[in-house]
Ligand binder design. Structure first.
Ligand code: NDP
Ligand code: 8X3
Length: 247
C-alpha cells in the first residue's frame, strides 16, 4: 500500500486528492491548520487517513515530519499543495503580513518540507507534485507576489529534477488556471460573494478535475516524468499587453 502526504487537505484540491487516493487504496497523510476539518475527513475516510495539523510557516513542525514513524513515514508521493494568494490590490497597498504569509507558505514551507522528506523519497524512488499556477507564466494585474511564488515553484520543480537525476524520483509542476475552491474566498479576505461572482457562468475547473490529474500522474509508468502540466477551463484564455499613452 502506497502513502501520499498532502499539504492543505482541509479544502479544495488537497481535500479532493485525499478522497481520491484513499478510494484508490492508498494511505493519505493530510495537513492544514484547521484541525477540526482534518478530523472530519478522518471520520469519513477511516484509518487510511492520518490528520496532521500544522502551519506551513512553522519550520520546526516541518522538520519534525522527517521523523514520522513507519508506516506513515514511508511516503511515496509528496503533494505540495498548501498555498494561498494575497489580495489583487497594488503591492504598496497590500498588508505586509498577508504578503509574508504567502511567501512563507508557498515558498519557504514548500522548500522546507521537500528538503525534510527527500531522503525518504529517494529511498523509495518516490514522486513529488508541486502546485504552481498559470500565474507563473502569464502576468496579471495584482498578481506580482502570488505569481512570483508560483514561478518559484515551477523553476524549483524543474531544477530539483536536475538534482535528483539518477535517483528515480519524479517531479512535476502542476500549473492550473481558474478552479472554484476556497482560493478566492481566502484571497479576498473572506468575501464569498466576490468569489461567487468571479466563477459565475464560466464553468471553472473543479477540485475533482485536479484530483483526477494527480491520480493520473501518480499512476504513470515509473520511467515517465511529466515535467509540467498547464491546464485551464475552456472559458479562460489570454489577454494582450497593456499599452499606456500620454494624455
Ligand atoms: P483552497 O483555499 O481551497 O485550499 C488551500 C489549502 O492550503 C487549505 O487546505 C489550507 O489549509 C492550506 N493552507 C493555506 N495556508 C496554509 C498554511 N499556512 N499552513 C498550512 N496549510 C495552509 O485552495 P486550492 O485548493 O484552490 O489551492 C491549492 C493549491 O493550488 C494552492 O497552492 C493554490 O495556490 C494552487 N492553485 C489554485 C488555483 C485555483 O484556481 N483554485 C489555480 C492554480 C493554483 P488551512 O487553511 O486549514 O491551513
Ligand atoms: C490561480 C490561477 O487563473 O485564478 O492560481 O489566477 S488564476
Amino acid at each position: 500500500m502506497k502513502t501520499i502526504l498532502i499539504t492543505g487537505a482541509t479544502a479544495g484540491f488537497g481535500e479532493a486528492a485525499a478522497r481520491k487516493f484513499v478510494a484508490g487504496g492508498w494511505k493519505a497523510i493530510g495537513t492544514g491548520r484547521r484541525e477540526e476539518r482534518l478530523k472530519k475527513l478522518q471520520e469519513e475516510l477511516g484509518d487510511a487517513f492520518l490528520p496532521l495539523a500544522f502551519d506551513m510557516r512553522d519550520v520546526g513542525a516541518i522538520h519534525r515530519l522527517s521523523d514520522l514513524a513507519p508506516p506513515w513515514g514511508e511516503v511515496d508521493l509528496l503533494l505540495n499543495n498548501a498555498g494561498l494568494a494575497p489580495p489583487t490590490d497594488p503591492l504598496a497597498e497590500t498588508d505586509w503580513e498577508r504578503i509574508e504569509a504567502v511567501i512563507h507558505t508557498n515558498v519557504t514551507g514548500l522548500v522546507g518540507l521537500t528538503r525534510a522528506l527527500l531522503p525518504k523519497l529517494i529511498e523509495r524512488k518516490g514522486q513529488i507534485i508541486n502546485l504552481s499556477s498559470v500565474a507563473a507564466t502569464y502576468p496579471y494585474k495584482g498578481g506580482a507576489v502570488y505569481a512570483g511564488t508560483k514561478a518559484f515553484v515551477r523553476q524549483f520543480s524543474l531544477d530539483l529534477r536536475s538534482d535528483l537525476a539518477g535517483t528515480g524520483v519524479r517531479v512535476t509542476s502542476v500549473e492550473p488556471g481558474m478552479a472554484e475552491t476556497e482560493f478566492t474566498i481566502v484571497r479576498t479576505g473572506g468575501d464569498k460573494e466576490a468569489s461567487d461572482r468571479l466563477y459565475a457562468g464560466m464553468n471553472p475547473m473543479t477540485s475533482g478535475d485536479l484530483a483526477d490529474l494527480f491520480w493520473w500522474l501518480a499512476n504513470l509508468p515509473p520511467h515517465l516524468n511529466i515535467n509540467t502540466v498547464e491546464l485551464m477551463p475552456v472559458s479562460q484564455s489570454f489577454a494582450g499587453f497593456t499599452v499606456t499613452r500620454e494624455g
